[in-house]
Design a protein around this ligand. Structure first.
Ligand code: TXA
Ligand code: MG
Length: 351
């Protein structure tokens, strides 16, 4: 199958609308289209068409028990796919939709088991990206979309990343440029008594508490080594992983730099191709291997935005081992570290 890449160009409203209509037609006919959202690129299919949803699992090589997120473009469409929507969830929607928030509810009959990985619940998000919103509306209102990467790879934050993973597997990619956030949405489960965060993201537990009061963290996230399985099936897989081995180094900045310089030199001497992830502030202090800045500690959003792209760059450069600083900053730092620890298979050196 040939994969067509259509680029959305600012100012070309009529042409853009035509491209989105062509993509929507593919979706309505049961095909797959990759499209930009504000978090990461999604791999879309008609969420109410079981055969279409199945194609997503094939294209990604995704385990069939890992449910998809259904994307909507207006509030009225929520009731058609979800039941028992608590007032607190409506409040969160008012605050954060459209945006990087996914909520889980009991599903309506109309949502096929193929979309929810056999679960009786459905995850729903209203994205805040003009291309995504226009596409959802034109395609009939409900697009099931996981991140548009091959299962296990870092999520795509540019159309080029999607093309690397999906070329020849899907008919179309809509290229809307680099995404704004760079990490997948926050997931909050409303299918049980107390709302619970199943995946951290740009919208933090504190931001949620400000709107609805109490929210729990999935205990499987808080202590990942505790043997408690996270509730979101996707969170149990080794995920977001680059080809290279990734090792995080945590501690006081000066010690971290010393340790990383020592470790990279040692790796290179033993014949390995080594990489370093530092920041705009620290990169000049590293001396060995391929050194990359992930962003600035003065604006943690830049770190979130560049994480997956950097991991993919190291893959392209055939790096064997990456040593990275750690980023346990407040706010989005929790989501950044959640993804980094997974990519590192929890290998952390404390210095
Ligand atoms: O930002 C995002 O959420 C992106 C963009 C494309 O919207 N999508 C995304 O989808 O990250 P995906 O499939 O890569 O991650 C969805 C996560 C998985 O961990 C999955 O297990 C969980 O959501 N999930 C989906 N439905 C669920 C349900 N009914 N119950 C529990 N977890 C669910
Ligand atoms: Mg994913």
């Amino acid at each position: 199958m040939e994969t067509i890449i259509e680029t959305i160009i600012e100012g070309q409203d009529i042409q853009n609308q035509q491209k989105i209509e062509t993509a929507a037609k593919i979706l309505r006919e049961g095909g797959l289209v990759a499209f930009p959202t504000e978090t990461v690129y999604g791999l879309g299919a008609d969420a109410l068409n079981p055969a279409a949803s199945k194609k997503i699992y094939e294209a990604k090589g995704r385990p069939s028990d890992n449910p998809l997120i259904v994307h909507i473009s207006c509030m009225e469409d929520l009731d058609k796919i979800a039941v028992r929507i608590p007032a607190q969830a409506k409040k969160l929607a008012e605050h954060f939709w459209p945006g990087p928030l996914t909520m889980i509810f009991e599903k309506q009959e109309i949502v096929p088991a193929e979309t929810t990985g056999g679960l009786s619940t459905v995850a729903v998000r209203m994205p805040d990206h003009p291309v995504a919103r226009d596409l959802i509306q034109a395609a009939g209102g409900y697009i099931a979309a996981p991140s548009a990467n091959t299962s296990g790879k870092p999520s795509p934050t540019r159309a080029e990343h999607v093309a690397l993973d999906m070329d020849g597997r899907i008919p179309m990619i809509l290229d809307g440029g680099a995404v704004g956030i760079g990490l997948e949405s926050t997931i909050v489960d409303f299918s049980e008594e107390t709302p619970m965060v199943l995946r951290p993201g740009y919208i933090t537990p504190d931001m949620i508490r400000e709107v609805i009061g109490e929210v729990w963290m999935d205990p499987g996230l808080v202590e990942e080594d505790s043997g408690i399985h996270p509730k979101a099936p996707g969170m149990k897989y080794k995920h977001y992983a680059p080809k290279a081995e990734l090792i995080l180094v945590n501690g006081a900045q000066e010690k971290v730099q010393q340790a990383i310089n020592y470790l990279t030199r040692e790796a290179i001497e033993s014949g390995k191709n080594a990489g370093v992830i530092g920041t705009d502030e620290s990169c000049c202090g590293y001396h060995y291997g391929i050194i990359k800045s992930i962003g600035t500690r003065n604006d943690e959003d830049t770190i979130a935005r560049h994480l997956y792209g950097i991991l993919r760059e190291f893959d392209r450069e055939n790096v064997d081992i990456i040593y990275s600083e750690s980023f346990s900053t407040p706010r989005i730092g929790q989501a950044i570290m959640n993804r980094m620890l997974k990519a590192a298979g929890h290998q952390v050196i404390e210095v």
